[in-house]
Design a protein. Sequence first.
Length: 286
Amino acid sequence: MEQPKSFGVYLGSFNSPPSTHQSSLLRQWDLIVVNPAGAGAFEAVSTQCTSAHILGRIEVESIVQCGLGSDAAEIIRAIGTFAQFLTTYLKRKNYDSPFTGVLLAEWQASFSPVICNEIVKFINRLGFDVYLEVSGPNFLSAKQCRELSMELFKGIICRNGSILEDGDRRNCFQMDNMQPILRAVAAQNCLRDITLMMWETIQDNVRLDLSVAKRSFVWYRYCSAISWIGPKSALTDAKVAYNHTVADEPLGSLMWLKNDKIIDVQEVWRLNDSVSLILFTVCHRS
């Protein structure tokens, strides 16, 4: 399966049938992240989603309610709860799952990297790819990157990797904690394909500055990452997601003249001798 060139996030519920805006989101990206426990999510992605990669996002901490200091019996119970969630929402009996992968989120407070590795192997045996979600300010330490079996993961999502929630850019010092995970991804890219994604959520009352967005897109290209940038309400409101997601790099002043369609029109005009002759005749008569 080809690497995704675009991705998006929608964690809200779905109507039955999905609304116009919900249907548009299901057809908009190569990879989409949804809440598998959301109302109507399983049916919506089963019938209308055209994305090649469909990820069910699982907030591990809120589901298993288990801490790193728990004893063995509690950890076993937590793993059982997690497995039950998978079979309930992503791999229902008598149904072919529409999901191609699982996004593990908020896992660091519940499972150590060693246990996480075994959970990922279990998910792989169920037929799902596994993606890992990390967020600032700490992301992943170098020790955690070494302990995690990075070869098991199909991709990594960094929350607010280059843009802070207040719309300001994450400066170089604030991005320093992201270096271990970026190096781990780069090492895996030497051996196989692994997708790096930047999930940038900004507050609803913030207007994203053009310079901040352009800087982030330059950084995405440097890191070979794909991105989703949108307001917080876009995560659960399909209309906001459709209208206010930043889909492409913002154009600078007069950069619209370099659009392929504009260039094609310019070429037609430049090479059309008859138009030039008509204009010359009109101008001469006047």
